[in-house]
Design a protein around this ligand. Structure first.
Ligand code: UD1
Ligand code: CA
Length: 428
């Protein structure tokens, strides 16, 4: 096994976010940026991760938990000083030890890219390898300076760059693999001789060059990975790229998404083949949708809900911690909370499950074949039996469970009659 550890720099406040929350805890989708970076580093095969914390370190530590070891940078003196904080860690002492360095504000760099960088590093006898990308708009990024022969000699930060250097279109993405011993020797020599008076990690490239140690760059083609989130504007740009990645994956897996522009699906969502997602739909984290479902337009499926095969969730329907069974229909203007709906249930237009009584969230069960009349209110907790029916506008009160094959009507709902099995339209 290769001796490689990772460090994620996450100490900065992120002043431009204008926030009380450290920048890297801002979410991209439903996961903080730092979470994405940790996941990507792990997926690239690195088990041992250090995280440099600083601004509101307790918040960051709480989020990280046992996933990685947090080390505090007392004063935010720059990215080189951040890496310097782990110099005494025992796991970094081996002769052949390597360190992957990545910033907590670059959540779009994918595991495969990190893996590729590590692979390239090991395949060449170099001291360091870094990621670069060519872009028409290098504004804000460090520029990669090469000799005429193409050798990487230094990285110059935008603030320090000459007019000629500013015109360079190859930028530093901010992911590096270094031989640990030589890295720390180089960091020792860095001076904060720049406008920000910071110790720039990027200066190690020049230091190593002067010591005849070589650093190579791996140029990535995918522009959608490099984005460093420094403001809420770039967070929105990053989210757009991330959202499209999710939709690409979902569409490729056999789901029709009619209008990707207006469809918001969390990364932790599964959708079965041949389901159709209509415009203006929001599907939140940990939702599972089966095959041949129809969702939207204007549907909101909230966290932890399930929609079984063949079910249809229509316009202005909110499903919250609820399950819709096979071939069930909830097609118009409904709120369904903490509810388990069985198979082939028809939920009429405007049905509301009142799951919250001001203190507790209560559960509702609607069994197979039930038929709920338009405008019904079910006050939880309540159970609606198999093939039970409510009349339009019925208010079924708390614990007034409706037996199987029974019709209730009115406010408060009372039994009108027993029925033989009602054949609902949705029965197959
Ligand atoms: C950095 C790079 C730049 C690169 C860009 C890519 C340096 C000097 N510059 O610039 O070449 O093109 O990223 O996105 O590295 N941090 C600490 N401690 C500190 C300072 C920063 O942990 O003392 C952390 C920040 O929280 C952040 C990361 O390091 O997650 C990068 O710092 P940031 O200030 O965003 O650097 P950039 O100016 O974006
Ligand atoms: Ca940044």
């Amino acid at each position: 096994m290769k001796n490689i550890n990772a460090v994620i720099l996450a100490a900065g406040e992120g002043t431009r976010m204008n926030s009380k929350v450290p920048k890297i805890l801002h979410k991209l989708g439903s996961t903080p940026m730092l979470g994405h970076v940790m996941e990507n580093v792990q997926a690239a095969g690195i088990k041992n991760i250090f995280i440099i914390t600083g601004y509101k370190s307790e918040m960051v530590e709480k989020y990280v938990g046992d996933t990685a070891k947090c080390i505090q940078q007392k004063e935010l003196l720059g990215t080189a000083d951040a890496v310097w904080q782990i110099r005494n860690e025992a796991v970094l002492k081996g002769k052949d030890a390597r360190l992957l360095i990545i910033y907590g504000d670059t959540p779009l760099i994918q595991a495969a890219t990190i893996k590729g960088l590590i692979k390239k590093h090991y395949s060449e006898s170099v001291t360091g390898t870094l990621l670069s990308v060519n872009t028409k708009d290098p504004t804000g990024y460090g520029r990669i300076v090469r000799t005429d022969g193409g050798k990487v000699v230094k990285i110059v930060e935008e603030h320090e760059a000459s007019v000629y250097e500013r015109a360079i279109e190859e930028i530093n993405v901010g992911v590096y693999v270094f031989e640990v011993n030589k890295l720390f020797e180089a960091i020792k020599k860095i001076r904060p001789n720049n406008r920000k008076k910071e110790y720039y990690l990027t200066d190690v490239v020049q230091v190593l060059n002067k010591d005849n140690e070589s650093v190579n760059a791996m140029e990535i083609q995918n522009h959608n990975e490099m984005l460093g989130v420094n403001s809420r504007f770039s967070l929105a740009q990053a989210y757009e790229i991330f959202r499209m990645r999710i939709l690409d994956r979902i569409i490729a897996s056999g789901v029709t998404v009619l209008d990707p522009k207006t469809t918001f699906i969390d990364e932790k969502v599964t959708i079965g083949k041949d389901s159709i997602i209509y415009p203006f739909t929001v599907i939140e984290r940990d939702v599972v949708i089966g095959e041949n479902c129809s969702i939207g337009p204007f549907a909101r499926i909230r966290s932890k809900s399930k929609v079984a095969n063949g079910a249809a969730i229509g316009n202005f329907v909110e499903l919250n911690r609820s399950e819709a069974g096979e071939n069930s229909r909830i097609k118009h203007q409904s709120y369904i909370g903490d509810t388990k709906i069985g198979k082939s249930v028809n939920v009429g237009a405007g049905t509301i499950v009142a799951n919250y009584d001001g203190k507790n969230k209560n559960k509702t069960i609607i069994k197979d074949g039930a038929f709920i009349g338009s405008g019904t209110i079910l006050v939880a907790p309540v159970v609606m039996g198999k093939n039970a029916v409510t009349g339009a506008g019925a208010v079924v009160t708390k614990n007034k469970n409706i037996p199987d094959n029974t019709v209730v009507v009115g406010i408060p709902a009372r039994v009108l009659r027993k029925t033989i099995k009602v054949k609902s339209k949705t029965d197959k």
